[in-house]
Design a protein around this ligand. Structure first.
Ligand SMILES: Cc1cc2nc3c(=O)[nH]c(=O)nc-3n(C[C@H](O)[C@H](O)[C@H](O)COP(=O)(O)OP(=O)(O)OC[C@H]3O[C@@H](n4cnc5c(N)ncnc54)[C@H](O)[C@@H]3O)c2cc1C
Length: 345
């Protein structure tokens, strides 16, 4: 395989492009230039799924791989975008604290949950009636800085073309686009996959997410506070407050309703004062079984999909893009749970 066309330059298409370039493949990335998700994402890499206090899918493999992937890219791009993150989860019930209490001594949680005996019943300025626990090993990526660095790098390499994919110019059997011949074409269109007439069975859905940008001299700068939503300190008295999860909302536009919901999130955590200075919106690409979708089209050899990163794109894209490249170049089987083949009867 020598020439690969990638449609979509979010975290999925971007990381795949970088992994292919590492393998000396000629890559072209065609990106519509519209922010759907990767640019406005909070970029948190959190090993936990809090509701039942479970480890995120393959977190023990994904997290260290992602950290070293982004560390290397900081060197390559010559910019900084990675920072350690202390996440404090405020429990919403005795039951939720009970899940943590049970798991904190299990060996698979050693790297991710701090062991507590009193669960910080008192945290200054926070509503902590059920206590709180601290997550270990989390970090976050300044997504806007990262995505700008990524696109600058791909442009410098002569790889990035800003344009929407035009299906009339594409021949799926011959793998030609605008008369150029490719050995593989990979669709990484995120939530816009439903506008492409390939890989429909995966039924990639969109889940709209909104966040507020806050300014405050009083809110804590050293910890991300989390309780049915999150407060992420960005430095210099700036914060992100998120996020909404909205189904069947196709418009990429901010709403007053979301702002009101998010203000309830912060009121559940603290009464400290803040000012809302902005609001952002994005679309998470999600799949019914909550697993990403990777694989090759059953009829069109050389046509691939890499999508469905859902709420955890920044954690999953690095390792999954590596596994995708191994699949494309060496035929190494993909993880069973992500295979596109699961949608084909
Ligand atoms: C509010 C919010 C907060 C989030 N917070 C986090 C977080 O803290 N941590 C985390 O890991 N994840 C987070 N996410 C999820 C994360 O953003 C997604 O998992 C990830 O960005 C998906 O990446 P993607 O590349 O698949 O899709 P996208 O980022 O949507 O990228 C798709 C790209 O494809 C391009 N494209 C689409 N169709 C075409 C076409 N026809 N032709 C050419 N180009 C096309 C688009 O222009 C876009 O650039 C958050 C998401 C939201 C909405």
């Amino acid at each position: 395989m020598k020439n690969v066309l990638i449609i979509g330059g979010g975290i999925a298409g971007g990381s795949l492009a970088l992994q292919l370039i590492e393998q000396n493949i000629n890559v072209t990335v065609l990106d519509g230039g519209q922010n759907y998700s990767s640019v406005i994402a909070s970029g948190m890499v959190n090993p936990m799924v809090f509701r039942r206090m479970n480890l995120s899918w393959r977190a023990a493999e994904m997290l260290p791989y992602a950290r070293s992937f982004y560390n290397d890219l900081e060197q390559k791009f010559g910019i900084e975008f990675l920072a350690d993150l202390k996440i404090r989860r405020f429990f919403s019930s005795d039951q939720e604290r009970g899940y943590w209490e049970k798991k904190q001594h299990q060996s698979r949680y050693n790297d991710f949950l701090t062991v507590h005996s009193d669960f910080h019943k008192q945290v200054p300025n926070a509503k902590s009636e059920f206590g709180s626990g601290l997550v270990k090993s989390a970090f976050w990526i300044r997504s806007e800085v990262f995505m700008t660095g990524l696109h600058d790098y791909l442009s410098q390499q002569g790889v990035l073309n800003t344009a929407f994919f035009n299906e009339n110019l594409f021949n799926a059997s011959k793998l030609t686009y605008c008369s150029e011949k490719y050995d593989a074409v990979v669709f990484c269109c995120g939530s816009a996959n439903n506008k492409i007439s390939f890989f429909e069975p995966a039924n990639i859905q969109y889940n709209r997410g909104q966040i507020l940008e806050l300014e405050s001299k009083e809110l804590p700068e050293g910890e991300s506070w989390n309780r049915k939503g999150f407060l992420l300190p960005l430095g210099s008295n700036k914060f992100k407050l998120g996020a909404t999860y909205e189904w069947n909302e196709p418009e990429l536009s901010i709403t007053t309703e979301a702002r009101e919901k998010l203000e309830v999130v912060i009121q559940r955590i603290t009464d400290l004062p803040y000012k809302v200075v902005g609001q952002q919106v994005g679309m998470r690409p999600t799949v019914v079984d909550r697993r990403p979708v990777l694989g090759m089209h059953p009829k069109h050899k050389g046509l691939f999909i890499f999508n469905g990163l859902g709420t955890k794109g920044y954690m999953m894209a690095p390792l999954l893009s590596k596994e995708m490249v191994d699949f494309m170049l060496k035929g190494t089987p993909l993880h069973k749970e992500v295979e596109y083949a699961r949608f084909i009867k």
